[in-house]
Each structure stands twice: as C-alpha cells, then as structure tokens.
Design a protein. Structure first.
Length: 142
C-alpha cells in the first residue's frame, strides 16, 4: 500500500435527520483517530511459568477522535455547536482511505475556539465513542 495523504482522512457528522445525511466537519487540518480496548488481567498462581494471561473480550472498547482546524462552513459549525450544547451522542462517520469507515455515536467531550489578531479563527474538538462503533472496510457495506 502506498502512503496516504492526511488530508484524505474525513470526519463527518449526521444532520440528525431521518434519513441521516452526513456533512463534513469543515476545515479539519489535523486529526487523530484512536481505537483502544481495556485489558483484563486473568493471571493466577497457576498461570504457566507465571506468564500474564489476559481474558479475551472482557475489556471495554472505545474510539476517540481529536482534531483541529478552521470552520469554513456555517452548516457544519452549527451542527457541531448543536451537538455539543445539547449533550448529544451524534452519529459520526470517520473515513480513512484504503482502510475503511467507522460509524457510530460520539459525544463531543471538548470544543475550543481560538484566533490570532492577524489570522483565522480556529477550533479544536475531541470526540468520545458513546455506543457501538461499526467498521466497514473499503469496498464493504456495514
């Protein structure tokens, strides 16, 4: 697989309608998508040669997204504010080219705005998974 452009990673938020329509979170320049699973240590005095044993599937899974950039689109700015101030677990699509798409509910745990006197206004956002996250590999349907 060839290297991927970071700008091709896309964060989209549902408009909250039925059926759902997703809009891109505008102007995200830097973003990180982290998937993690908690581990449960099942090691006992009878563990072979005192090696740690983990209990498969016992821990909790989570996805976290952090991003920063510039709001260029009033619709996505308004949608993010609505989800944040409403405490909503909004449906998101996280598109990673040549990998796949993660889809599910996320809560905005942090939202900040900044700006320099002679520059554009910027924002930073942190999202935490709030339910089951589905994975759709490129070329598959979830």
């Amino acid at each position: 697989m060839a290297g991927q452009r970071g700008r091709d990673v896309l964060i989209m938020i549902s408009d909250g309608g039925a059926p759902e329509t997703f809009v891109s979170v505008a102007g995200i320049r830097a973003r990180t998508i982290s998937l993690s699973a908690g581990l449960i240590d099942g090691t006992t005095a009878q563990s072979p040669q005192a090696w740690r044993e983990l209990i498969a599937g016992a821990g909790t899974k989570r996805a976290e997204v952090a991003g920063s950039g510039v709001f260029k689109d009033a619709a996505s700015d308004a949608r993010i504010r609505q989800a944040y101030f409403g405490g909503e677990a909004a449906s998101l699509r996280l598109v990673v080219p040549d990998f796949g798409v993660l889809v599910g509910p996320f809560v905005i745990s942090e939202l900040s705005y900044a700006g320099d006197h002679d520059g554009e206004a910027t924002f930073a956002i942190r999202l935490m998974s709030a339910g089951v996250i589905l994975f759709e590999a490129d070329g598959e349907e979830a």
